[in-house]
Write a protein that binds this ligand. Sequence first.
Ligand SMILES: Nc1ncnc2c1ncn2[C@@H]1O[C@H](COP(=O)(O)OP(=O)(O)OP(=O)(O)O)[C@@H](O)[C@H]1O
Ligand SMILES: [Mg+2]
Length: 322
Amino acid sequence: MLIETKGLKKTFKSRGKEVEAVRGVDLAVKEGEVFGLLGPNGAGKTTTMRMLSTLIEPTEGHAVVCGHDLAKESANVRRDIGYVGQEGGTWGEVTAREELVMQGRLYGMSKRRAQQRALEVLAAFQLEDYADRTVKTYSGGQKRRLDIALGIMHEPKLLFLDEPTTGLDPQSRAHMWDEVRALRDRGTAIFITTHYLDEADALCDRLAIIDHGEIVAEGTPLDLKKAVAGDVVAIGVAAQSAEAVELLGAKDFVREIESGEPDPATGVALLRMYVDDGAAALPELLRALDAQDISPASIELHRPSLDDVFLKQTGRSLREEH
Ligand SMILES: Nc1ncnc2c1ncn2[C@@H]1O[C@H](COP(=O)(O)OP(=O)(O)OP(=O)(O)O)[C@@H](O)[C@H]1O
Ligand SMILES: [Mg+2]
């Protein structure tokens, strides 16, 4: 294991108030995998990552990172990891090449070695064309690539990436995913935070879903979705939603049904049910509603997504929060 945590906790005190940002997290990250921490704003992703990368001290709990005790051997942890923060940290008045060489020197490389390594990472992140331009002239995507290039300059075993694709256009995001996968294929383990469902699904070998400082689910994207089981049918009804819930919930092939709050503008409430075979269930569900003169405002049928996993664990949708 590259990371193992036990009861990791962080409580902030600000202006006499206590904020329990992370409430006892147990995580395990294996060598060579992309591990994701998925959760909404304020869930505790950055705080967890900052603890694991020695930037802040846990209030409670233990962790071993790259074989070193987080509390007792933090200098060793720091040497073995790279960290790319959510905000990015490039200066503007220097060029990418200068910044990379500086970073290498900071980690004890000779000037020659740092220059050589800078060439490698500039190539890996397709930054060669802008290498000698000042960073302030870079686009958002180019800056983000440079942030990550800085993070891997010293060839860490483990790279922490805090929301590396937030604010990027779809094409730059896709490039970033390719770059993360390429890093993994060259043997670097990656711990990434995101609030994008599709990103967690596409990029992560395994992930943990965090909400209000607690892990609510953990596994491969596929296993997590399988655990939701079956297909999801969502039917919107404008009135009689309680009646519809009772009616549809009584069907033996409906494993679970829940009703969302009615939309204040349209009055439509979304009924979500988990069924084994959505395509077969749908006609029967509609007939049952029709028999009671309840006409659906909308119908959806889909395979479970990570949002369904989140919804099932928390009763809220991640999608709605963004
Ligand atoms: N230094 C601090 N002092 C007080 N509260 C803090 C501090 N840092 C974080 N918090 C609080 O801890 C909680 C978790 O914050 P954190 O930054 O870890 O969330 P996050 O999951 O990274 O969110 P986002 O998706 O918005 O980046 C939030 O309620 C935040 O306001
Ligand atoms: Mg954050």
